[in-house]
Structures are given as structure tokens and as C-alpha cells.
Design a protein around this ligand. Structure first.
Ligand SMILES: [Zn+2]
Length: 136
């Protein structure tokens, strides 16, 4: 429980995330550009986002957006990893609870011929039968 709270506290702001990957693409003009004639080309940062089924979306970034996108990508990864870590912790908690309950039920079954819930249901049924018989 303490570990889960620690994970939650370290979460980045959920609003500052983006999924995808950052890559550099170089555009080269075939003629009329001094830069490209020198072989430099125009580096362009692109955010690519893939979707189930193989579709991808690409967004060209302005240079001043790159740092922010880097941070958002890092945040997304962190949120995703944290969700997985919490999910695993909760799974362990559920299994630990299950073990305790199973052991408890086992003891009850051994101690008594039938569980209290079953006895209660049987009691209610007998009562209903009695009421019905009285009416007819
Ligand atoms: Zn060029």
C-alpha cells in the first residue's frame, strides 16, 4: 500500500503527455537551394504516432516544440510504466486476499457440515414453504 502511494506521488502531470516517437527527417531539395547543394539538407523533427492496424500519423515539429515533446513523451512512458506497476501491486494484493479467504472458507467447511450462507438460504426456503402452505 505504501509502495503504491509512492508510485502515485511520483506521477507526472497527466495532462502533459503524448504517445509516439520522435525522429529526425532530412528534407533535400533537388535544385535551387544552397544548403542542399552543399549536402546539408533541412533537418526536421517529426513526431510519429502509430495506431492499431498499422496506421501512423506524423506531425512535423517546430524547433521550439521539440524540448516539450521530448518531456511529454518521457511523461507518457512514466505514466504507462506506473500504471503497470500499480496494476501488478494490486494483483498481488488481490491474490494475497484470496489466499486468506480461501484458507478461511476451508476452515469453515471443515468445521461445519454447511456454510452459514447456505444454512441461511435453506432457512429462508423452509420459511417460504411454510408461509405458502399456511395460505393454501
Ligand atoms: Zn534545401
Amino acid at each position: 500500500m505504501h509502495k503504491r502511494d509512492m508510485l502515485l506521488r511520483r506521477l507526472p502531470s497527466l495532462g502533459e503527455i503524448v504517445r509516439g516517437s520522435l525522429l529526425q527527417r532530412i528534407t533535400r531539395h533537388s535544385s535551387g537551394c544552397a544548403k542542399c547543394a552543399r549536402g546539408e539538407g533541412h533537418p526536421q523533427s517529426v513526431l510519429t504516432v502509430s495506431y492499431p492496424g498499422g496506421a501512423t500519423r506524423q506531425v512535423s515539429l517546430r524547433p521550439q516544440q521539440v524540448l516539450q515533446v521530448r518531456q511529454w513523451l518521457k511523461n507518457y512512458r512514466k505514466v504507462k510504466d506506473t500504471l503497470e506497476a500499480i496494476s501488478q501491486l494490486n494483483l498481488q494484493l488481490l491474490r494475497a486476499d484470496g489466499d486468506i479467504r480461501d484458507a478461511h472458507e476451508y476452515r469453515e467447511t471443515c468445521a461445519r457440515p454447511r456454510s452459514s450462507a447456505a444454512a441461511r438460504t435453506a432457512g429462508t426456503l423452509q420459511e417460504q414453504l411454510r408461509t405458502r402452505r399456511q395460505r393454501t
